[in-house]
Write a protein that binds this ligand. Structure first.
Ligand code: URA
Length: 193
């Protein structure tokens, strides 16, 4: 898929009215980062700051994500960051099943374009979309090679959501340790960047 086609998908997202989240959003938050990224991060959905700025992970959780990336020598521009739903659920409630389903083709198109070697899910809701039936307390930090979107089998790494570190300092230590697995997995996959 060419860049122009990716931009077309983003344009579609920006005018999307497939679910009721369009009625309360300020901006659609399609995603951000390098279209050539080896690693794609997928969060749950935009919060207040993201809704205002139209960019993913720019609030408090985003600052934690940038810190965690810095710990492993990566920058936001090196990766691609998207969300399961592209519009903010009111009062940051969990996205509804029908909202996730309406937004799924957009996420699928993004993954097919980026073709990430490693797809990192952030939080339970994102993990459930790709690796259903797992418990995040047990599955976090363990890479899984399973049914993929752009490849028959793809490598996934389920992690806690960076926002968890804001409320629980122990989760921050866990996130730091789990993030260290990202360069190791890339090395195993022979990704040199
Ligand atoms: N939390 C998310 O899951 N996504 C964002 O973009 C911001 C906060």
């Amino acid at each position: 898929m060419k860049i122009a086609e990716f931009e077309k998908i983003e344009e579609e997202m920006r005018i999307c009215t497939k679910c009721d989240l369009c009625k309360t959003r300020t901006n659609v938050v399609p995603g951000d980062g390098s279209l050539d990224a080896d690693v794609m991060f997928i969060g749950e959905g935009p919060g207040k700051d993201e809704d205002l700025q139209g960019k993913p992970f720019v609030g408090a959780a985003g600052r934690v994500l940038s810190e965690l990336l810095a710990e492993i020598g990566m920058k936001r521009e090196d990766v691609y960051i998207a969300n399961v739903v592209k519009c903010r659920p009111p009062a940051n409630r969990d996205p509804l099943v029908e909202e996730v389903a309406s937004c799924w083709p957009y996420l699928e198109a993004q993954v097919k374009r980026i073709k990430p070697m490693l797809l990192v899910t952030l939080g339970r809701h994102s993990m459930d979309r790709f690796l259903p039936g797992l418990k995040i307390s047990q599955a976090h930090g363990q890479a899984k090679r399973t049914k993929g979107i752009w490849q028959e089998k793809q490598v996934f790494l389920p992690l806690y959501h960076p926002a968890a570190a804001l409320y629980d300092p122990r989760k921050k230590s866990v996130l730091i340790e789990d993030f260290k697995k990202i360069p190791l997995i890339l090395k195993k996959l022979n990704v040199t960047s």
